[in-house]
Design a protein around this ligand. Structure first.
Ligand code: SF4
Ligand code: SF4
Length: 348
């Protein structure tokens, strides 16, 4: 993380454009949860030797790491990088180890999981594995909580002729970044880098959160590809289904590869409150945000929501359960597999 926070926050002209997009500010109207408010405090800290209070550091958590403020900021100030670095420099600790996160996921989603799609790994492997070697980065959440996404992705990759030489279940490192624990993030990144042999052409991610985190490791950037981008590269034929809608995660800037018939619920992206693990860490705020930023019942009732982020999937399932509506959520790979491969007999 190569930024000078003092220089960065000095660039803020206080124009207030970030106010119009920050989901946390729009819901709470609290300037101290907005990038501009935080930059003013930081300017005072650097230029007038003012102290940074413990509360200020603790409240850095109340940010979705979406960087929407950056994309609207005329000075292009990178809030996500600044807040992570600040946490690291100020010994911020939420003690949110990756395994406690996974445990909470399991608790939160166990009942919902049982009702949803279950994709099994196909027994027969394709004989036409003639394309490049792939490392499939399933990440820890996929391994422990949502194996259907992994199975669907692997089945399709093999059908396309790719040789999946390795399936990595290492954590992408997002919980460390959320904790500002850059040392552990770097140690974890080294393990990931070591697992990529030179014969691997692509590191494929089926989760946007894993992808965005791995993108922050320069050594991986060149080989990294999202699963939907790989399908696009292969001109993979998509089938249509009018009852499907797409949830674009806030962290994703560009379009996901989908059939034209599938509408995106909010083209700017929407939040299922799993970014920075707010849903798990700050349940009260999450409940408030839920009313302000979540979808309206009529837009999603009796539909199937597809999302390209597994963290979003959990947030969506949690809130849909709360809304008591008949709506299913599929990950992108589960949607492609169930719709395009037509292997209904493989589902429980
Ligand atoms: S948009 Fe950028 S320059 Fe404008 S107030 Fe927000 S952080 Fe400052
Ligand atoms: S990163 Fe997102 S949540 Fe955080 S201050 Fe910027 S717009 Fe708000």
């Amino acid at each position: 993380m190569d930024i000078d926070i003092k220089e960065e926050v000095y660039k803020c002209s206080k124009c207030g454009l970030c106010q119009s997009v920050c989901p946390i500010y729009l819901s709470t109207k609290n300037e101290m949860y907005l990038s501009r408010g935080r930059y003013i405090v930081l300017n005072n800290f650097y230029n007038f030797n003012k102290k940074l209070s413990t509360k200020f550091i603790k409240d850095l958590d109340l940010c979705l790491n979406c960087n929407l403020c950056k994309s609207f900021c005329p000075s292009n100030i990178d809030a996500r990088e600044i807040f992570t670095l600040l946490k690291s420099q100020n010994n911020y600790k939420y003690s949110f180890l990756p395994f406690s996160i996974i445990f909470l996921f399991i608790l939160l989603t166990y009942k919902i999981r049982k009702k949803n799609i279950q994709v099994k790994r196909e027994k027969k492997q394709s004989k036409n594995l003639n394309k490049e070697n792939i490392l499939y980065f399933q990440g820890c959440i996929n391994k422990y909580v949502n194996p259907s996404d992994k199975n669907a992705t692997l089945n399709i990759l093999e059908k396309l002729g790719y040789r999946v030489v390795k399936t990595s279940s290492l954590c992408c490192g997002l919980p460390y970044l959320s904790d500002g624990d850059l040392k552990s993030f770097q140690q974890n990144s080294s393990k990931i880098i070591d697992s990529v042999s030179s014969d691997i052409k692509y590191i494929v991610c089926s989760c946007d959160s894993c992808y965005e985190t791995l993108k922050r490791i320069p050594e991986l950037k060149e080989k990294l590809i999202r699963f939907d981008d790989l399908l696009k590269l292969n001109n993979f034929e998509l089938t249509s289904n009018n009852s499907y809608v797409y949830h674009k995660p806030l962290i994703r800037n560009d379009e996901c590869y989908l059939s034209k018939e599938i509408k995106t619920l909010n083209k700017k992206g929407n939040c299922s409150l799993m970014e920075n693990f707010i849903l798990l860490k700050h349940r009260k705020l999450a409940d408030k945000l839920f009313k302000d930023v979540f979808y309206k019942k009529q837009d999603i009732e009796n539909k199937t929501i597809i999302t390209s982020c597994l963290l979003s999937k959990f947030g969506l399932e949690y809130f849909i359960k709360k809304m008591k509506i008949n709506t299913k959520v599929y990950s992108y790979s589960e949607y492609i597999y169930s719709d395009s491969m037509r292997k209904d007999n493989l589902y429980n």
